[in-house]
Write a protein that binds this ligand. Structure first.
Ligand code: ATP
Ligand code: MG
Length: 262
């Protein structure tokens, strides 16, 4: 599903980038559908009875339906839409933590980010161990983490709590440490799923500054946020999802207007 563009084989030459289009898009979503099962039974008895009657005990629904977009390198995109519209699912597919059911995704370079608060952290391990574990998952070697460890802890402002099990962290501490690890990896695409709403005002400012810095380095970025002012500040393009379907894709100001009108 995920591959490097340098050796990408386009399944259909007609789908290859058109002349004049960005020849090296960072990300391509093509007709992506992701389905989940919804269970209809509430008890073991109901499940057994349904099995005897050969009644379906679950059905599939599309959390994402036939979603396509192309992202040139260095672009910042806000992913917007109501609760349950498929934003987090999109980011999870992008990061490769789950496979698509239909369509395909191409990504180039290293993708890192914070999916949901605490995603990738093990509650029974200390902050320190989690940093190493999380960084390893993001593709960093131990030597690389050793070198950046102090800077990660400093950015997260975790202090002495770094040797405390993360299950005792507040949700703000959790996301600060996760964000700190993500931005200290050598990434090409940063995914930010509502992390900015968890930290306090001071931390948020620091995150914005860091995001600005990454944008200046032409990193590609996906930001999920329910704050219109935040996405206007951070992103140039907005994609709006409605029940798993893409209903708008265009300049951020128009996207915010579209959302306010719908
Ligand atoms: N692992 C899963 N199993 C079953 N259903 C799922 C799973 N993950 C997500 N869903 C469903 O898919 C739909 C889209 O969820 P998603 O988390 O992508 O929404 P979202 O746009 O991020 O919403 P929010 O703004 O609340 O974070 C929801 O109906 C959700 O219940
Ligand atoms: Mg979400």
């Amino acid at each position: 599903m995920h591959s490097d563009f340098s050796n990408a084989v386009w399944q259909n030459p007609l789908e290859a980038p058109k002349p004049g289009a960005d020849p090296r898009p960072a990300i391509v979503f093509h007709g992506v559908t992701k389905s989940f099962d919804i269970k209809h039974t509430h008890s073991l008895k109901e499940t057994v009875v349904a099995a005897f009657k050969r009644k379906a005990i679950s059905s599939k629904f599309d959390a994402l339906h036939d979603v396509s977009f192309t992202v040139p390198e260095g672009q910042s995109i806000a992913l917007m839409g109501r609760n349950g519209s498929g934003k987090s699912t999109t980011l999870k597919l992008l990061s490769g933590v789950m496979p698509v059911d239909k369509g395909w995704i191409r990504t180039r370079g290293r993708i890192a980010g914070l999916l949901e608060v605490g995603a990738g952290f093990h509650p029974d391990l200390t902050g320190r161990t989690n940093v190493y574990l999380n960084a390893a998952i993001l593709g960093m070697s131990k030597a690389e983490v050793d070198e950046r460890f102090d800077s990660i802890v400093e950015f997260a402002e975790i202090g002495d709590f770094i040797d405390t099990e993360v299950k005792f962290y507040s949700s703000g501490m959790y996301s600060r440490l996760g964000f700190a690890v993500a931005i200290h990896t050598e990434l090409d695409t940063l995914l930010v799923d509502e992390v900015l709403s968890v930290g306090d005002a001071k931390f948020r400012e620091k995150c914005f500054a860091k995001i600005d810095e990454l944008q200046a380095q032409r990193k590609t970025m996906f930001v999920v946020s329910h704050s219109a002012s935040q996405v206007k500040q951070l992103c140039e393009r907005g994609i709006i999802l409605e029940r798993g379907r893409k209903v708008f894709d265009g300049p951020i100001d128009e996207a915010v207007d579209f959302l306010e009108r719908s």
